[in-house]
Design a protein around this ligand. Structure first.
Ligand SMILES: [Zn+2]
Length: 160
């Protein structure tokens, strides 16, 4: 299996330098105007690197509000409105007060008005899409579909 370019795994510049120093990755692109210094040497900061050893992408996805938002494609699962990530809330389909768990199959993205109208009710509030645990590729594909800020324009070519 070829070494994958994993544009979605962004690392800090400190880690990038560490990979470089440990000779674990090849640099594909450098930041042109970003040079870091230590006492004894200086280097440009890598912008895109390819790890020498293939790293198996984690197939299991972590439960988080952000990943639920991604799974639900940024939409309120009750009124279907698109919501910004900053204001999206996590709704428990079966309310916590009724024993609902914070799990992939009991949590959906909801806008604040729906979430507060629903409160701890369950009757009459059915999510548009039955919540499920996504796999890695589902989230990856959904992530690709979303508009998101690309921090550096030279990344664009690796993301399409
Ligand atoms: Zn809503």
């Amino acid at each position: 299996m070829p070494v994958g370019l994993m544009p979605l795994s962004t690392i800090t510049w400190e880690d990038a330098i560490r990979y470089l120093v440990l000779n674990k990755a090849d640099v594909i692109l450098w930041h042109e105007n970003w040079v870091v210094h230590s006492a004894t040497w200086e280097t440009q900061v890598p912008s895109v690197m390819m790890l020498r050893e293939y790293m198996k992408p984690k197939m299991s996805v972590r439960f988080s509000r952000g990943n639920v938002y991604l799974r639900d494609e940024g939409k309120c699962m009750y009124c279907s409105d698109r919501i910004e990530r900053k204001v999206a809330t996590l709704d428990h389909v079966v309310p916590v007060s009724k024993g609902g768990k914070t799990t992939w199959d009991n949590c959906v993205t909801a806008c604040a008005p729906c979430n507060s109208a629903k409160s701890d009710k369950q009757k009459g509030w059915k999510p548009k899409i039955k919540p499920h645990k996504p796999d890695y590729y589902e989230l990856l594909n959904k992530r690709k579909k979303q508009e998101f800020n690309i921090r550096y324009t030279e990344w664009q070519q690796f993301i399409q």
